[in-house]
Each structure stands twice: as C-alpha cells, then as structure tokens.
Design a binder for this molecule. Structure first.
Ligand code: HEM
Length: 411
C-alpha cells in the first residue's frame, strides 16, 4: 500500500474507522530488522495489544488536522492559537468545534500523573540545568541528525529551511519541561505538547505530498508511534545514560522523577501508554530495540549536523567553534557516528575531552577534591560547559510560537 492510499485508509473512516485501517496496515511489513518484542507489560499502562508501534500513528489528530489543512482553515487557527500560551488558559474563541473538542481532550494530563514526582523533577532540573542544557543540545540534538527518518522529515518539511528557528522551537520543549511550573496551570509544557501533536499530524499529512520525500524516503507516512519513541529515547534515555557514565550522583527518586516528567510528555505528545516505558530498565531495553540499531548518517542528516555545529560561532567564535563542538559530538556519540557525519578529528579537544572530562566532572561534583596540578584544562572545560549551555538557552530568546505548517519546504 503506498503512502497516500495508506493515509486515505486512515482518512476514510475517521476515528471510528481507524482501528480497521490500523489492522490493515499492521498486516503489512514494517521494515523492522527484528520483530517487535518489547512487551506492553513494561509500559506505564502495564498491558496493551502489543502491536508494533511502527504501524500506529495518531489517528484522532491526523484525521482532524488533515481536514483542517485541506479546507484552508489552518492560518486562521494559527492566528487564534498564538494567544494560547499557558496550560491553565482557556482555549481561544473561534476554533472549529472539532478542533476545540480534540484539544480539550488532548490537554488533559494522564490519570497516572504523580504531582509529587513532577515537583521532584523540577528540583532535579534546577540542580542539573547546566548538564541538561549541553546534553539536550549536543547528545540529543546531534543524535537527531543520525535518526534517518527524523533527519529526512525535518529536512523536507517547512521548518527545514530555517534550522535556527526550528531548533529554538524544539529547544522550547526542553526548556518548558525543565521550567519551574512545567505542567502547572501557569506553565507552558501542556500547550507546547498539544501544539506539537498538531504539528506532527500536519507533517503526516503534508510530507507524503512532497516530491522530495517520495523520492528520498523508503517510507510513506512519517512520525509513527515508533518514530516518536525513537526521538524520545534520544532525549531522556540518552541524557540519563550520559549523566550515569559521567558518574554524576543522582538520587533514585530524582532520576525516577525526571523519567516521570518525560513519561507525561510522551503521553501528551500522543504516544499510547502501552509504548511508554514504566522504568529506566524498561526504557533502556526499548531503546536498545528501537534507537541503537537505526542510527545512521543520511545526506540530509549530514547537512543538518553541519549547520547545527555552525551555530555556536554566533556566541563564541573560539570555545564554541565548529571544531570544538565537533569534538564534543565525537566524545558524546562516538567515532562511528562522528565519522558518519563527516566531523573531522580535532587534535587538541578530542584527547582533552577523552581524558579530562571524567575527572573534571568528578571535581565539579566534589567527588575528587584534589585538583590535579595542571588545572588549566578544568578551567577550559568549565568555560565550555557554561557557554555550551548558554548556546542552547540563547536559542530561546526570541518569542517562540509553534505553528501548524500548511506546506512542505520550498526546495
Ligand atoms: C515539529 C518536538 C518527534 C519531526 C516539532 C516541534 C516540536 C517537536 C517542539 C515544533 C517545532 C516546530 O514547529 O518546528 C518533538 C519531540 C518528539 C518529536 C519532543 C519526540 C519525543 C518527532 C519525530 C519526527 C519529528 C519522530 C520525525 C520522524 C518533526 C517535524 C516537525 C516537528 C518534521 C515540523 C517542522 C516544521 O515546522 O516544518 N517536533 N518531536 N518529530 N517534528 Fe517533532
């Protein structure tokens, strides 16, 4: 079944018919190297159909947003939604009733939300903001360029032509989830997630119409539930993996709270509870199945990575230069990925990071009290850490409004 006819199958019956369409697509090959084996018992739902998430999209949102785009209603909706910024704020007047109903439903936190854990997550984010900034920016951000489906869909969608704008919008989600009031009525995370869910639905409708997409991608509809979980793992799972390998001391209740804030985010982005891991071991086992085997360079990802590495020069030409950011990427993601992204080796920073980052973190964390005689590298790494986190935050300085796209990238 080709992309458009698969979409039409979803469109045909609306939400009620989606289950039938889903059964139909589930029978087709998923292109997965190994069959899907991750059990829904490891999820926050504790049970589920066990269907391969590569065969599931977001039928409620997709049907709705596809219709809004086709009827030319989106510009007016974007105008109205620009004023909707806080979680507790009523929806603006003038939205089409079916969109209003969907958004009222989509903005509800899941029943399993634990407010005490969300509070602890806020403490964790505050305490670890600097590390989280560099890790979201470089580990997750650069990893997104070697997730082939994500790299391709970002490149060919509207946001692909203005990468800086696109990064600041994605950074907004990382910022909102880490802010003091993330999911509280005066926070913005729920709004960001609901708008992103609508944007993703729009991308599912639009990209299959792009000639570039059709020619370059061996897939039809982008952003399946599997794809969302792949990207999800490039965020909290990858961040926690690095914090652990750097031996940053994190009490169990804080690491569980951080996970919880991301479990809620997954749900709010439209992921079914049966695919959201209930614990770190479950998250790691799912990531080993969905993320690790698929990381690979693509021509689109190489171009995106190159542009990402160039952004630091806007802030500090020396310490955030392309070669230094490249070395940090190599340090975080390894030689295989760095070579695949054509990142050149860096004679000073590659060994500096390899040998001094671990001790540097240990000194910062008070685990190692005696600073070695050559303290210069520590000063340099501290400077790098602060500036790199700043680079990430500086992407957030302009007012950011997440908007539903109505077209693909104009190539
Ligand atoms: C848009 C976050 C998964 C592709 C966005 C936006 C955010 C976001 C905040 C709005 C920013 C904007 O309008 O540019 C996330 C998060 C994900 C996720 C947190 C998972 C946890 C994915 C996946 C794909 C994808 C798996 C593709 C395979 C896109 C595209 C856009 C977008 C193409 C639209 C860019 C445009 O405006 O043209 N995403 N995303 N996202 N996302 Fe995602």
């Amino acid at each position: 079944m080709d992309g458009l006819s698969r979409r039409n199958a979803l469109k045909a019956g609306g939400v009620a018919g989606a289950a039938g369409a889903f059964a139909m697509v589930a029978a087709t090959s998923t292109g997965r190297a190994q069959p899907w084996t991750w059990s829904p018992q490891g999820s926050v739902a504790g049970s589920g159909s066990g269907a391969d998430p590569m065969t599931v999209w977001d039928p409620e949102a997709d049907e709705l947003v596809g219709g809004l785009i086709d009827r030319g209603e989106v510009p007016r909706i974007n105008d109205a939604l620009r004023t909707w910024t806080r979680n507790g704020q009523p929806l603006p007047a003038g939205l089409p009733p079916e969109l209003r109903d969907f958004m009222e439903y989509a903005r509800k936190l899941p029943q399993w939300t634990d407010p005490a854990k969300l509070d602890t997550a806020i403490q964790f984010n505050k305490k670890r903001g600097l590390y989280l900034g560099v890790l979201y920016g470089f580990a997750s951000g650069m990893m997104s360029t070697v997730i082939p489906k994500e790299a391709r869909s970002v490149y060919y969608s509207k946001g692909g032509h203005d990468l800086e704008d696109r990064i600041s919008k994605t950074a907004k989600l990382g910022y909102d989830i880490g802010s003091n009031n993330a999911y509280a009525p005066d926070g913005e995370m729920i709004v960001t997630c609901v708008k992103t869910r609508l944007v993703h639905a729009a991308v599912r409708h639009l990209l299959p119409q792009s000639p570039h997409w059709v020619h370059s991608a061996a897939e039809d509809i982008p952003i399946s539930q599997n794809d969302i979980m792949v990207t999800w793992h490039s965020l909290p799972t990858t961040v926690m993996k690095h914090l652990t390998s750097w031996k940053v001391p994190i009490p169990v209740h804080e690491s569980e709270a951080f996970l919880h804030s991301w479990q809620v985010a997954g749900h709010m982005l439209g992921v079914r509870d049966e695919y959201i891991p209930k614990s770190w071991p479950e998250a790691n086992s799912q990531a080993a199945q969905v993320l690790d085997p698929i990381l690979a360079p693509t021509p689109e990802g190489i171009k995106l990575a190159d542009r990402l590495l160039g952004l630091g020069a806007n802030i500090d030409l020396t310490i955030l230069s392309k070669p230094v950011l490249g070395a940090f990427t190599r340090f975080l993601l390894g030689d295989h990925i760095a070579d695949g992204l054509h990142i050149p080796r860096e004679p000073v920073w590659d060994p500096l990071l390899r040998f001094s980052w671990g001790p540097f973190i240990a000194v910062r964390e008070g685990i190692l009290t005696a600073v070695p005689p050559a303290a210069d590298p520590y000063w340099l790494l501290d400077e790098f850490l602060r500036k790199a986190a700043l680079m990430y935050l500086s992407e957030l300085q302009m007012p950011i409004s997440i908007e539903i796209p109505t077209m693909n990238r104009d190539m």
